[in-house]
Design a protein around this ligand. Structure first.
Ligand code: HEC
Length: 121
């Protein structure tokens, strides 16, 4: 094997690693099918009353989760904070934990996985 081939091989590997590191940092959300299934139970148990099965919102003032560039394009940290602590920009408020005080932090992570897997972003 020539030196040039070795060098280009090493360069290609370096580029590949750099590219996958970037993907890991900015890439799609990491969650498993089990997370999504657990999140679906949380959504149907607690969130669906106001947000609707199709995520477009039943209660006036709720956001459309399916909208491109909408609330689900916020970071998971922001979503988690707003779901846990509640959130309001107007007359109708998102209640803390969706009004279900029995929800645990893992439930919130799972429901966020469900939102992304089902409604996008
Ligand atoms: C009692 C009705 C109600 C329930 C139940 C409810 N929400 Fe909400 N949610 C709202 C309303 C109203 C808003 C809009 C608040 C605003 O923008 O002022 C909202 C907003 C949101 C947002 C967007 C926050 C943002 O940054 O704009 C997310 C995400 C969300 N809800 C997730 C959930 C999840 C997950 C659950 C279940 C655990 C849930 N909601 C349960 C009423 C509800």
């Amino acid at each position: 094997m020539s030196i040039a081939k070795v060098v280009s091989g090493v360069l290609a590997l370096g580029l590949y690693l750099a590219a996958s590191a970037t993907w890991a940092a900015e890439g799609p959300h990491t969650y498993s099918a089990d997370d999504v299934a657990a999140g679906k139970a949380v959504y149907t148990g607690t969130c669906i009353a106001c947000h609707g099965a199709n995520g477009k919102g039943l209660l006036p003032g709720t956001p459309d989760f399916t909208k491109a560039g909408g609330v689900l394009s916020l970071s998971d940290e922001v979503l988690e904070d707003r779901i846990i602590h509640g959130f309001s920009t107007g007359d109708v408020a998102m209640p803390p934990d969706g009004g279900n005080a029995s929800l645990k932090e893992s439930d919130i992570k799972h429901v966020i996985a469900y939102l992304h897997a089902t409604f996008g972003h």
